[in-house]
Ligand binder design. Structure first.
Ligand SMILES: C[S@@+](CC[C@H](N)C(=O)[O-])C[C@H]1O[C@@H](n2cnc3c(N)ncnc32)[C@H](O)[C@@H]1O
Length: 211
């Protein structure tokens, strides 16, 4: 049975953003979002981390160059999650010898786990905007005490109806502020060239009950 959240019909969009849609994009090689390498702002952030035992989740991971980079740096507890089976099958094969990574084929909104750090890289913008509040709540649920979301988000609109769906700093503050402390939300100085000037680097930490 199709999950209603999973299967997002948008009449304006004329397509269903579900696991079949994304799976077919991978099968057809229609992956215009794919950087082919770790996102430089995320790479620079990873380079500041010392605790290799952090429990790290990458949701909507796609080809997961960030995970590959983390493993190369010696991180021991990396989970990548995507609901498009063609890509998780590929990742399972690629990382089959590596016990530091877990590949999960599931809907983000159904995922159960506890993480210290969740990396955001073109997952938020792939979701229909009406799911944004649900995304924020789910991120909060998946993070441990003092857990953080770190990554990049678009700070622009797109002419064409998405994905990707655009957004801006003010919207993100309104969205995340009830459940997260905003430590960083500023223009990226180290985006890949095609995204230069259109991304913000974000670091949000989970607010605890009394905050
Ligand atoms: C635009 S792609 C980005 C992939 C990757 N982060 C990257 O930057 O290359 C969005 C990804 O999110 C996945 N996705 C979308 N909605 C999802 C959901 N509800 N649960 C799990 N994965 C989802 C898609 O299958 C796709 O791989």
């Amino acid at each position: 049975m199709e999950n209603k959240i999973n299967c997002c019909s948008n009449p304006e969009l004329g397509l269903k953003l579900n696991k079949e849609y994304w799976g077919n994009q991978y099968l057809a090689g229609e992956i215009g979002w794919d950087l082919g390498k770790v996102s430089p702002p995320i790479q620079a952030y990873i380079d500041t981390l010392e605790n290799k035992k952090l429990r790290i989740l990458i949701p909507g991971a796609g080809n997961s160059y960030e995970a590959e980079y983390l493993l190369a740096q010696g991180f021991e507890n990396v989970t990548v999650l995507d609901y498009a089976k063609p890509i998780t099958d590929k990742l399972k094969e690629k990382f089959k010898e590596n016990s530091s990574i877990c590949i999960v084929c599931d809907d983000f909104f159904n995922h159960v786990g506890e993480y210290d750090l969740i990396l955001e890289q073109t997952f938020f913008c792939a979701l229909l905007p009406e799911l944004r509040s649900k995304y924020v709540h789910k991120m909060h649920e998946l993070l441990a005490l003092n857990g953080q979301i770190v990554g990049v988000m678009f700070n622009r609109e797109f002419d064409k109806q998405g994905p990707p769906f655009g957004g801006n700093k003010e919207e993100y503050i309104t969205l995340f502020n009830p459940l997260f402390k905003v430590h960083k939300l500023e223009p990226c100085y180290n985006s890949v060239a095609p995204r230069m000037g259109s991304e913000v680097f974000v670091r949000f930490s989970k607010k605890n009950e009394n905050e």
